[in-house]
Design a protein around this ligand. Structure first.
Ligand code: NAG
Ligand code: NAG
Length: 537
């Protein structure tokens, strides 16, 4: 069977799903060979050809030896299922089920030789299962369907993980979510199941289940469309929408439907299993890092905790560029803390945090290996020293002479002979966040006589008097998204609390920034201006 792009689509028996050429929204003559909700035209749940669109006049057919074949207008084959057909598969026909699965059947009627459910793109549908090492990949962006930065998969040890990947090499970085179903090989996870009723769980080797979401009521799959999609920004989201509302919506005219979102709460501490030692980052030998950095030759910079060198490592694939930080000033008994930090810093993913990809612990050497961001590549400010404060020897943290950092970012306890904890970094982060929000420096010498001189105080006053417009200097883009702006300012104000115990942890901060947890309102004022002014003078 052959068809051209012109209005071709193939419907499932109920008419719920369509397979064919979906026109890209912002292009008049580019099409994606895809499966989508027939009644919600732009909601693509699967696509062929690695997400690369094809021009008008392209065609798709089913052949005995290759299965589905996508050809460009001149007749040249662009993509086919041939390499993935199960052994000796001879295709006799294809069928689009009401589940949204396209199945190719062999000559023996009941034998499935290929199905789209075994080759997911960014979406899982009820009745779909994910075997070990089959990956769900996010799109690159909202409009580019090629593989993006995020992936969901069950790794061979039984853990379900969400991790980032290098766009050019595919190198997998540390996970930012793990299910913890790898603690015991006999009951390790072996399959991710999204069952017919819309429940998702990890099926363990002994047949028991680990629910992926806290118990919640799932609306019937008969009356609702369900899907789980790994969005281009790395959030795994469950969607459901009443089928009835779709028909109404269509009568009125991804597009005016409101979905009920259920987000996976990564880092939900109550649910977490204990992390295995160094579960998500690679362990390097000192020799490997010595070679990777060419003998610690090229210095990238000096941070509060050591010198950072440029290097190249191979993660089983092509080499990637890394920054290797040699930590100094370690106290004697830091093994435990170091291990915790490696795991914790290896975990959270946020676009403003640099990902730890590995470490080295040999004799008294402690090194951390980060993904390397060169400034042309990423305009974002990246922050990497969080969580390392407590690795400093305690006697280094008591006196002012021990302070290494930048004026204005330093937490008040540094000056006050109070214990210095990991929360000093949270303070600095809060100041930096305010600077990003307000596009100004934390201390403005030109304004020194005026009330706006100290950013942290000024921000609090603006928040208190409900004048966030002043804070962002009437920036329209910021003001158009007032809820988000307020959330950002609130997070920052909690970070700069004078009492370190009131400052959130970096983990909570990433959740707050991503909107996964509520930010408490009404932070107490941080009365640190006196200290800060002393520091200036
Ligand atoms: C999608 O992104 C890839 C990688 O940057 C690029 O090569 C490709 O041209 C993009 N496709 C479209 C349709 O924009
Ligand atoms: C799907 O899983 C839920 C929760 O484990 C269960 O109650 C339901 O019966 C399952 N549905 C099917 C069709 O197996």
């Amino acid at each position: 069977m052959t068809d051209t792009t012109n209005d071709f689509s193939w419907l499932s028996p109920s008419g719920d799903f369509a397979f064919g050429f979906s026109k890209l929204p912002n292009s008049s003559n580019l099409f994606l060979l895809a499966i989508w909700y027939a009644k919600i035209p732009s909601t693509i749940v699967w696509h062929a050809n690695d997400g690369i669109p094809v021009p008008q006049g392209s065609s798709v057919k089913i052949t005995t030896d290759k299965g589905l074949v996508l050809s460009e207008p001149s007749g040249i084959d662009l993509w086919s299922t041939s390499a993935d057909l199960t052994d000796g598969g001879e295709v006799s026909y294809g069928f689009l089920y009401d589940t949204g699965n396209i199945v190719l059947k062999g000559s023996n009627d009941n034998e499935t030789v290929w199905q789209s459910f075994d080759h997911p793109t960014d979406t899982l549908l009820p009745s779909q299962q994910l075997k070990v090492e089959v990956k769900v990949n996010s799109w690159l962006s909202q409009t580019n369907f090629t593989k993006g930065r995020f992936q969901l998969h069950l790794i061979p040890d039984g853990n379900l993980v969400l991790n980032t990947r290098d766009l050019t090499t595919g190198f997998a970085y540390g996970a930012y979510y793990t299910s913890g179903t790898n603690e015991n090989p006999e009951i390790a996870g072996q399959r991710l199941v999204y069952n017919e009723s819309g429940y998702m769980f990890i099926l363990r080797r002994n047949g028991s289940r680990q629910d992926l979401l806290p118990p919640y009521k799932v609306e019937s799959t008969k009356d609702n469309y369900h899907r789980a999609t790994l969005s281009f920004d790395g959030v795994l989201t469950w969607y459901s929408v009443p089928k009835a509302s779709i028909s109404e919506g269509c009568a009125i005219g991804l597009g005016i439907f409101i979905y009920h979102k259920r987000k996976l709460r990564a880092f939900d501490e109550g649910q977490r299993q204990p992390l295995k030692e160094y579960s998500n980052v690679h362990r390097f030998s000192y020799q490997e890092l010595y070679e990777a950095t060419n003998g610690f030759k090229e210095e990238l910079g000096r941070g509060a905790f050591g010198v950072v060198y440029k290097g190249m490592v191979s993660g089983g694939g092509p080499p990637i560029c890394v920054a290797v930080k040699k930590l100094d000033r370690m106290s004697g008994d830091t093994n435990k803390e170091f291990k915790t930090e490696v795991n914790v810093t290896g975990q959270p993913h946020h676009k403003n945090l640099v990902q730890v990809v590995g470490f080295c612990k040999e004799d008294d050497q402690r090194l951390l290996v980060y993904e390397y961001m060169s400034n042309d590549e990423h305009q974002n400010v990246r922050i990497s020293d969080f969580g390392l404060a407590k690795l400093l020897a305690l006697n280094q943290t008591h006196t002012n002479t021990g302070i290494r950092g930048t004026k204005g970012y330093v937490a008040p306890e540094w000056f006050r002979h109070k214990p210095v904890t990991v929360k000093v970094d949270v303070y600095s982060y809060g100041v930096l966040l305010l600077e990003i929000i307000c596009c100004r420096k934390s201390i403005c010498m030109e304004l020194i006589e005026e009330e706006g001189a100290i950013l942290t105080d000024w921000a609090f006053d603006c928040y208190q008097s409900n004048r966030l417009d002043v804070l962002v200097n009437d920036d329209r883009e910021a003001l158009n998204d007032m809820l988000r702006l307020k959330r950002l300012v609130l997070v920052a104000l909690w970070c700069i609390q004078e009492d370190p115990s009131l400052r959130p942890t970096m983990r909570t901060i990433t959740q707050m920034l991503d909107g996964l947890v509520e930010v408490p309102i009404n932070p107490p004022p941080s009365s640190i201006s006196i200290t800060t002014q002393n520091y200036i003078s």
